[in-house]
Write a protein that binds this ligand. Structure first.
Ligand SMILES: C[S@@+](CC[C@H](N)C(=O)[O-])C[C@H]1O[C@@H](n2cnc3c(N)ncnc32)[C@H](O)[C@@H]1O
Length: 270
């Protein structure tokens, strides 16, 4: 145990506390404390990159205080308790576990970027990918985080491109593709507006407000008769989002915990 730990206090609108806390819990393995209008994260690791990842979120005002404090006894727990999970056709496991023969294996170690597979939004996307991605599809993973969704599509034989506005996610995606001995076809720091052409499947697990903000580009990037998988939508935000995608056909809705995943088809006349 180190002599000191880092404490990051995030002050934000109380409506977003749970959402952002969920996001942080998937970035790191350390304790996240929820307050009224604030979240406190404590870790022996440097929390600058968590702060930077949060600062990259568009549409949510946050202020940050990062301090170094004397260590009492937090740390050391979650990493030991990270369990593998099964989602759709996939088995997501940390490297200290053995793969499972009957499933498609994806090795992900807990790291700074979002996407260990445990969060309801990632889990539901993996289910949707199992159902809608076919070999040789051209797929883009928008907001790739750890790269887990792109990796899943790659394992199904798709051509995969990925992007994220956060450089830590881009790095983490590179590392996770290497860890799984897979190669992506393109990876860039940025968003879907920089994509080149159209895709059979567009996947975006971000948050409702951002999905709304980039709706036009997501729809444009989806091929005729292609699929658009949207996730990261809190149930209370769903209604407000639907209007931005109303010209597409909603073919599947997956609800897990308080999170909703929507699968749209862009019909030929859509
Ligand atoms: C909830 S995480 C999803 C990570 C991973 N795809 C998964 O399903 O577990 C959302 C990611 O979207 C990224 N992001 C936020 N706004 C974005 C935008 N406008 N365009 C692309 N990525 C964005 C964040 O940096 C974050 O890595």
């Amino acid at each position: 145990m180190k002599k000191t730990y880092n404490e990051l206090t995030i002050t934000l609108d109380d409506d977003y506390v749970e959402l952002i806390a969920d996001f942080i819990a998937n970035l790191i393995d350390d304790a996240v404390e929820l307050g009224i209008g604030n979240i406190i994260v404590r870790s022996e690791n440097d929390l600058t990159s968590v702060k930077d990842a949060l600062a990259a979120f568009e549409g949510i005002e946050m202020s940050f205080k990062l301090e170094e404090k004397e260590n009492k006894d937090w740390i050391k727990a979650y990493q030991d308790s990270v369990q593998p999970i099964e989602a759709g056709k996939f088995y997501i496991f940390p490297s200290w576990y053995e793969p499972k023969e009957e499933l498609i294996n994806i090795k992900i170690d807990p790291a700074l970027a979002f996407g260990s597979g445990h969060h309801a939004t990632t889990f539901s996307c993996l289910q949707a990918i199992s159902e809608f991605v076919k070999a040789e599809d051209r797929v883009v993973d928008v907001g790739c985080g750890s790269g887990i969704l792109g990796l899943a599509a790659k394992k199904l034989g798709a051509t995969v491109e990925l992007c994220d506005t956060d450089p830590i996610s881009v790095k983490s995606t590179q590392e996770n593709f290497a860890l799984n001995e897979e190669a992506y076809d393109k990876l860039w720091e940025g968003s879907i507006n920089q994509a080149d052409g159209c895709y059979d499947v567009v996947i975006a697990n971000i948050i409702a407000d951002v999905l709304k903000f980039i709706a036009k580009d997501l729809k444009k990037a989806t091929k005729e008769n292609g699929y658009l998988i949207l996730s990261g939508i809190l149930d209370k935000k769903e209604k407000n989002l639907l209007g931005s995608f109303q010209e597409l056909t909603l073919i599947k809705r997956i609800e897990k915990d308080e999170w909703v995943t929507l699968v749209y088809k862009k019909e030929t006349n859509g």
